[in-house]
Design a binder for this molecule. Sequence first.
Ligand SMILES: NC(=O)c1ccc[n+]([C@@H]2O[C@H](COP(=O)([O-])OP(=O)(O)OC[C@H]3O[C@@H](n4cnc5c(N)ncnc54)[C@H](OP(=O)(O)O)[C@@H]3O)[C@@H](O)[C@H]2O)c1
Length: 300
Amino acid sequence: MWTKENIPDQTGKTIIVTGANIGLGFETALALYQAGAHVVLACRSQENATAAVAQLQAQQGTGTLETGMLDLGDLDSVKAFTNLFLQQRKQLHVLINNAGVAVPPASKTKQGYELQFGVNFLGHFALTGHLYPLLKATSGARVVTLSSMGYQRGVIDFENLRSEKDYDGMREYSQSKLADLMFAVELQRRITAAGDKVLSIAAQPGANTTALTRHMTAEDVATGIERLGGFMEPWQGALSSLYAATSPDALGGNLYQPDEDGYHGYPAHAAINENALDEMVAKKLWEFAEGVTGTHYPGR
Ligand SMILES: NC(=O)c1ccc[n+]([C@@H]2O[C@H](COP(=O)([O-])OP(=O)(O)OC[C@H]3O[C@@H](n4cnc5c(N)ncnc54)[C@H](OP(=O)(O)O)[C@@H]3O)[C@@H](O)[C@H]2O)c1
């Protein structure tokens, strides 16, 4: 069983965690701070980020903490965050693409994309792309991107990314989490083809009690808990990200998730379903995202 006691010393490492003010991101930041890292909490609310820092400091980690303002639903905000970060920092050891939104009422990003596709995928695509030169320049750097079991039901509908046709919150969530997983795998393909050393790893946290259900009814949440056989506490779900971010055994292009049934347990390697390994769709998605975000990565 892999737990946070297995995290190697992170002293000297700079790690960005998006959406670190609550939930899985907070638990991820806490464990890394306790392991000695300099953790950057990249959040969309300064007030919430500052409150999270105070909560983390109360745990007396050996690392250091910093906040950064990042709204993944606005590509200008992503650019502003990365511009500042690139000015201030010479190294980035780990980027954890954790932030996410699930089944909100129909809504769009500032640039007009369906909110879940925009925040969960496009924003992180842009963030990673802008930071890639720094990751490449840092020995042993990793990008960890969070997916969900929901990816298995996902389909990328290129004709509906701005909700041109209709909106179905759960379908769009699955699409965004499939896009995240395809991104993690395709990024590793491109890194390998370019001869770079960065690792791109996917993590899936299982079923956890967090504010991700904020847009669901209490009845829907209760049904979900019953159907899945209970939810874990977020510290446990965060272990998948922590494993991907720190374990010497985690491999690029692979997915790590709770070992029992994907929803419960401790981090382990997981097979990736065919729908996330379709290279034609991955290439089309990549080119689409490069066009939208103006971000360019290593070629293939
Ligand atoms: N919980 C689960 O069981 C589960 C299962 C599968 C996958 N996941 C994935 O795990 C990740 C973390 O989710 P969680 O369960 O910890 O949910 P959470 O408690 O709701 O936390 C989500 C985080 O994302 C941030 N966020 C949302 N929209 C954002 C935006 N536009 N820009 C920047 N940050 C934004 C939130 O900030 P605010 O506090 O300001 O809203 C919050 O910090 C997500 O990627 C989710 O898809 C979770």
